[in-house]
Design a protein around this ligand. Structure first.
Ligand SMILES: [Zn+2]
Ligand SMILES: [Zn+2]
Length: 370
């Protein structure tokens, strides 16, 4: 585990050193005319050992960069001009503890290797600020199902059920490294994952007028694009979207978006379908989860795929919209029992998954009682 993390750390370090955007930002930093995006940590500037040893009162050049990053993602108050000191203070320690809790890391309150590695991993641009405190004495898998989170006020699309939401692609904000067909198919798969668990369906519209009026508008954008959350070039922030019922889903056009890693061989390729599924979760009202296997976990490494909904994602979205009747009948206790009696081999895997979830739910309820 440690070795693999160290490997990815070195890998990302290499990426940052070699990526064109990094070279540009470094040059501009040296010219003192440009402040690098708060969403990217330029790790080469930091001595990992001295960061790890930093304690309250330490002053280490570059600490301000970590404060700026934590501030951007909601762990420290945002400041005018983004000016932070290089002192490791108590507020930073508290912010690190919350960050480590929210990202499912070992809680040390330090800028340790795993924490810094997590910070340089590409992620969603939506802040984690609204994550709620949770019971940190639970470490088993059962309790991880409690970790889905809503946006403040628990907003959701407020139409009668079952509801249909329309979505459309902004014709003028597309990328050309993938075909329109590939992009649309990736999004269709992403939407259908959510639609299979809740009574919400999604219909694509394509006429300009219809797209203009669609509930959900999807587009690829470079840098500053009018919503105050500029994209930061290759890696760093990959995409962001808005809580209900704003319906905007923006992807960073600078990424090397991929639908098939056998075709897109770039080391910085990012799986479009995984990111699309994650961002649709935000559009529906889910915020970030600390469950690393969940689609709603905030980060995604290059060339990784995490598009299948986790129990945590499903429970989260169903508590907002209820269950899709088809989904419920497949997953209910009754159907599981009758299916076991029928002993049909073809649905064996589904049943195994059902049983596992039911067991988890039962243990979960028991634990809640005790
Ligand atoms: Zn996100
Ligand atoms: Zn945007």
């Amino acid at each position: 585990m440690f070795l693999s993390l160290r490997y990815s750390f070195t890998f990302l370090l290499t990426l940052l050193l070699t990526s064109p955007s990094f070279t540009i930002s470094r040059t501009m930093v040296e010219d003192h005319t440009f402040s690098p995006p708060a969403t990217k940590i330029s790790i080469t500037d930091h001595n990992t050992q001295s960061l790890n040893n930093a304690h309250i009162g330490s002053k280490i050049p570059g600490i301000s960069e970590f404060k700026r990053y934590l501030s951007h993602f909601g762990y420290l108050p945002r400041q005018n001009n983004n000016t932070f000191s290089d002192e490791f203070d108590a507020i930073l320690k508290f912010a690190l503890i919350r960050y480590q809790q929210n990202l499912g890391l070992q809680v040390t309150g330090k800028l340790d290797f795993n924490t810094v590695s997590q910070m340089i991993t590409p992620r969603c641009g939506v802040p984690d600020a609204n994550l709620t405190p949770r019971n940190h004495h639970h470490h088993d898998h059962v309790h991880t199902t409690k970790n889905f989170v809503y946006f403040p006020g628990k907003p959701r699309w407020s139409r009668p059920m079952p509801m249909t939401l329309t979505y459309g692609f902004s014709r003028y904000n597309m990328i050309h490294s993938l075909s329109m067909k590939e992009i649309k198919e990736a999004f269709q798969r992403a939407f259908s994952r959510w639609a299979s668990v809740i009574p919400v369906s999604f219909i694509e519209v394509s006429d300009d007028d219809e797209v203009e009026a669609a509930d959900i508008k999807i587009g690829f954008y470079n840098g500053e694009h009018g919503d105050g959350e500029p994209f930061d070039g290759v890696l760093g922030v990959l995409a962001h979207s808005f809580s209900p019922e704003i319906g905007r889903l923006h992807l960073d056009a600078a990424e090397t978006w991929a639908v098939d890693f056998r075709v897109t061989t770039s080391e910085v390729a990012v799986d479009l379908e995984s990111v699309a599924t994650h961002e649709i979760g935000h559009l529906l009202g889910l915020s970030h989860s600390s469950v690393k296997e969940a689609v709603m976990y905030p980060s995604l490494r290059p060339r990784d795929k995490r598009a299948n909904l986790n129990i945590d994602d499903i429970k989260g979205v169903q508590s907002l919209y209820g269950s899709n009747p088809n989904f419920r009948s497949e997953w209910s206790l009754e159907s599981d029992i009758s299916a076991n009696q029928g002993a049909e081999f073809g649905v064996k895997h589904l049943r195994l998954a059902n049983s596992l979830i039911i067991m988890i739910s039962l243990v979960h309820s028991l634990c809640t009682l005790c």
